[in-house]
Design a protein around this ligand. Structure first.
Ligand code: HEC
Length: 120
């Protein structure tokens, strides 16, 4: 019985550890280079921004965020990182009307920028 418990709990611990590790890997580095590229962050814009920043833009949004060059341009010239980093409830926070993106996703966009706004 003791042995059974030991094996059972070891299995639980190992599988929890493994799945957590895998989730982090997938979120941060799809292509295994150690660098964040557009393909790692594209889902964030698809899920949270393109309702308004579509092509053509809707609801008064001033530009599209539907592909690599549009998003890269918005980071470089339209303060995209500043906008997503503002506090909950602060004016100008994107996505407009909130809620603020999860901090982990904001960090991923920042790392994408630090890594040089790579496409792939
Ligand atoms: C509900 C509609 C809506 C959503 C969703 C939305 N935006 Fe916006 N966005 C706007 C509007 C309207 C403006 C113009 C008003 C302003 O600048 O605050 C804007 C402005 C911006 C600007 C400033 C553009 C400039 O030239 O000054 C950036 C950057 C931006 N949005 C990024 C994003 C990002 C990134 C997301 C997703 C995380 C997002 N937005 C989601 C409506 C939206």
């Amino acid at each position: 019985m003791k042995l059974f418990s030991l094996i059972f709990f070891s299995t639980v611990i190992v599988s929890c550890t493994t799945s957590t590790y895998d989730d982090i890997e997938v979120l941060q580095d799809d292509n295994q280079t150690g660098l964040v590229s557009f393909q790692d962050v594209a889902f964030i814009f698809e899920n949270n921004c393109t309702a308004c920043h579509s092509n053509p833009p809707q609801n008064g949004a001033p530009m599209s965020l539907t592909n690599y060059s549009e998003v890269k341009n918005a980071v470089e010239t339209r303060g995209l990182i500043d906008r997503v980093s503002r506090n909950e409830g602060e004016q100008g926070l994107m996505p407009l009307g909130g809620p603020r993106l999860p901090q982990q996703q904001i960090n991923l966009i920042i790392k994408w920028s630090q890594d040089g706004l790579l496409e792939n």
